[in-house]
Design a protein around this ligand. Sequence first.
Ligand code: TYD
Ligand code: ZN
Length: 411
Amino acid sequence: MFAQSFGRGDFSVSGCRVCAGPLQALADFGRQPLSQAFVRPDEVSTEFCYQLAVGICTDCTMVQLLHEVPTAAMVHEGYPYHSSNSTVMRKHFQDTALSWLDNELADRRDPFVIEIGCNDGVTLQTLRDKGVRHLAVEPSGIAGVRVHKAFFNAASAAAIHSADGPADIVYAANTICALPDIASVFAGLAVVLADDGLFVFEDPYLGEILARTSFDQIYDEHFFYFTVRSVQNMADRFGFELVDVERLPVHGGQIRYSVARRGRRVPTPAVAVLLTEEEGARLTNPSIFDDFVARVDLTRDSLMSLLRRLTAAGHTVVGYGATAKSATTANYFGIGPELVPFVCDSTPAKQGTLTPGMHIPVRPPADFADPYPDYALLFAWNHADEIMAKEKAFRESGGRWIVYVPDVRVV
Ligand code: TYD
Ligand code: ZN
């Protein structure tokens, strides 16, 4: 499926990852470092880069990356997930698990739930506390929940099925869009999902990325940019069926998809409603991206002129949240330490490193108030409410936030 493009260190995809159909290029953000490759000051010379470009499959409409970083080059392989440290996300995952107990799992005897890649482990911990059989399937492992250390595929699914039986729910949050070998995921589902079970996954929604110009959702680890239409096609291709969709407010707008074995459930009206909405928005029409790219460049021009103006006038600007997303922003726009001298982040493993590509030093959140800068560039805009509430003393002391999604604003 992959053809090596020499001299680049990454691979060009020769066809759609779902159906092998032809890919049409939509947008190109140039050479980029790996979004999670925070570097130690002595490592900067060995930085790996790849071409960040997206395209659409003209057969199944799946929007996806056109190049791929070899898994071996992904720095964090085998390392634990970097927690987002968000109380909003903790509650989101707790509520998710609790709602299953009231609905999907309510009438099942001794239900069994699998999570593929388990984030902070909050969803499964919540189920564990309620005595529900659970299993995380993920290579790195996480404390407090049962883990099968493997990638989710037919082989690991078979081992799980023989030990634990079929799964009533297989869940994945911010994970499926990051698994390029999607056929292997469905092969695993075919083995381990109960006949009347549900595969539930949630990921960034292309409709929101386009509507809010949240271009920085596009980075190396997000291979797929799902729509209801493309997920419906994908499920169908692998013998499954999209039976429910639910919009989620988290991370700038996601959709939670529920997929069943084909013919097992009647799709809810929400599926047809969103499909119609997508047609109205011409979401699967490649031309919509022309306007998107123009809007991204507008954001770049206005943010860069703002940062340059503030810096020239002697104002201080500090970044807030060393997100994976911000690798795309900083590198595509060209935001380095001369404009943003440091970025603060609550993740201990990121502190003391430099951000990928632009090498902005990452420091602990305590440095934010020591002293407060004049402006804070909110790279973690997906946690805006939570962070602005936590840092309300910053605004009270006269500080201002700069946000750039959906457009550049000083608040
Ligand atoms: P995340 O939401 O996972 O976004 P991405 O997938 O783009 O990396 O990351 C949020 C980052 O922001 C993470 O590095 C932790 C940091 N953060 C803070 O520093 N303070 C906070 O209050 C929150 C919520 C996050
Ligand atoms: Zn396709």
